[in-house]
Design a protein around this ligand. Sequence first.
Ligand code: GLU
Length: 511
Amino acid sequence: MKSLRVRFAPSPTGPLHMGGVRTALYNYLLAKKHGGQFVLRIEDTDQKRFVPGAVDYIREALEWVGIVPDEGYGYGGDYGPYRQSERKEIYDRYIRQLLDEGKAYYAFDTPEELDTARREAEKQGRTFTYDAATRMRMRNALSLPTGEVKRLLESDAPRVVRFKIPEGRTLVMQDLIRGQVRVDTSTLDDKVLVKSDGLPTYHLANIVDDRLMEITHVIRGEEWLPSLPLHILLYEAFGWQPPQFAHLPLILKPSGKGKLSKRDGDAGGFPVFPLSWTDPATGKTTQGYREAGYLPQAFVNMLALLGWNPGTEQEIFTMDELITAFDLLRINKSGARFDPEKARWFQHQHFQKLSDDQMLELIIPVLEKHLQKDIRSDDGLMDYTRKVLALVRERLTFPQDFWTWTSFFYVAPETYAPKAVKKQWKSQTPEIMEQVLAVLENIEPWEAANIKQQLSDWINGQGLGFGKVLQPLRLALAGDLKGPDLFATMVLLGRDETLKRIRRALETLPG
Ligand code: GLU
């Protein structure tokens, strides 16, 4: 059996949207599941829309999520070149073939002439399409006398090549996700195959390449479904067997209405790009999943389930598990609503799966940024950080959460959260805290269970409520009321620092 070959064929017109990464992912999963090849092809025949940096971005994004092409642009392989702008001679040959066989034709209509045709159609309440009904009224190799065509071709008159859509046929096509799709060829227009700059359009280049690169399955976004009839007709015109097609459902906005866009991300405060992207035209940077602190495995897991389901209750998958479970036929037909909360949930699950050492690796840069110093060379600080991490690890979703929860372990509070002060630092608090100081000074050994025991005994002996003592104590130590276990916190801070912080709160907060 021929080996399964799929391709991801982005156009480098900007950063990859998360929908693009999902397309790459589904292709990759299918290839890996069946021992096939995943090819990266750069579709850059539209020079006007080319954006510098986009190709590197695409490769970096794929590698970040763990989708490493088996072959393709930048990865080598036997079917190259893998960048369409380097394949012009190949396309020229195939265009020649269609022209010679009368399946495509030159058209010389100027943009103005096409505009006029459009406007005239509009006047009659129609939309203009260049097709069997109109082509003989336009200026092309089918409508003009042979001599005139010859003259135009020999001059430098601008020209395009159009595909001659066969008339009066009903095409019956198969899509692996959508089933049978039927289209009447009279609804199709004579699409341009070669533009006036001599480069092929996406349609021509795409099918020639899929054929020459021996692609067996074309898995791509739903926005390409309307092009499927043209592609099928092109395969037919060349006498080629088409690959199998699967058109993926859209990723929808959190509201469920419409396609997820960059603007939704800006408005909702969530990324839509895998990596951050600086627009070369405006210099504006948009944050990506990577920079927001997402783990690539969480991002991939979330994407995989956006439009596909394993048919079981399982939600947490590693890449290997996805490869095993993946099945094209379980991709949904309808759009998949993106839920930023769910994305965070996947991140939390995967973050919690990390070992302490793995978490530590991610946390060190966060700490270094805030403390402005090298942590790794300080064994004492590393050891301390390990202990702090043990106290808060299950609360963490992102590496940067570590600082939110633990900054007071590293820097004594200088201010105290006003709301917390109002609620917990009452007129009798200073007196209680003075006594707590005395109790803490004498506790031996300075261990969490013992501190807890002795402090509790004292609180009970005084007939005080626990909240009256422990809340202001926490406020003094952490500057706010949130934080991990108070007794473990005191042990980590050490007795001296604990007492110091209580004294400082007594000096600073209202008496
Ligand atoms: N170059 C197209 C895109 O960027 C690829 C479509 C396809 O996969 O056929 O979406």
